[in-house]
Design a protein around this ligand. Structure first.
Ligand SMILES: [Zn+2]
Ligand SMILES: [Zn+2]
Length: 185
């Protein structure tokens, strides 16, 4: 997941990063759902060019996660399509005040500031691996859903309401408990 700085020209160049072994291992170690059934370690399409002294790097990570629906518990494939964009200016003789950023600049060739899309670069090569790992980790849904309208399982008989209806009585909204619950919210 390395981009050589001398390959970045004034006109946009396209770079393709396939999911090779070392990237796949690193990605699955951080996000095991990429290696689960239905998961696919993302590949990256990158477009990079120079604007004056600055480097502009943008692209998209595409793959999928193998997840379990939080409503119906079915396993499903969750498509990932994560855009990213960086504007990096030459660090020159400057050193980031934040030790983490200084370390990143030394080891991966760039660091990002508080505004996550802006940063500095130095050296000959940008290692985008940890940036990509972070993007994938952030893409994990908090409440996975196989589809927006998933009906889930009946809490009483356990039938998958997406497949079948059941005769269980719907919880009565007018019960005192329901009123208490709504007050709590
Ligand atoms: Zn579901
Ligand atoms: Zn039921």
């Amino acid at each position: 997941m390395k981009l050589r700085i001398d390959q970045i020209k004034d006109s946009p160049q396209a770079f393709e990063f396939s999911a090779d072994d070392s990237w796949s291992r690193a990605a699955i170690a951080v996000v095991p759902e990429l290696g689960a059934e239905g998961g696919e370690v993302p590949h990256a399409q990158v477009r990079a060019y120079r604007v004056g002294q600055d480097l502009l790097i943008e692209g998209r990570l595409e793959g999928s996660l193998g997840l379990e629906c939080s409503r119906c518990l079915a396993r499903y494939r969750h498509a990932l399509s994560e855009p990213f964009r960086l504007v990096l200016e030459p660090a020159g003789r400057r050193l980031p005040a934040d030790p983490e950023a200084a370390k990143a600049l030394a080891t991966q060739g760039f660091c990002l500031g508080d505004e996550l899309e802006m940063g500095w670069f130095q050296g000959h090569e940008l290692d985008l691996t940890s940036l990509f790992l972070e993007a994938v980790a952030l893409a994990l849904p908090v409440q996975p859903l196989c589809r927006e309208a998933c009906q889930g399982l009946c809490p009483q008989c356990g039938v998958d309401r997406n497949d079948a209806a059941c005769d269980c009585a719907a919880p009565r909204e007018s019960s005192p408990f329901a009123i208490l619950a709504s007050l709590k919210e």
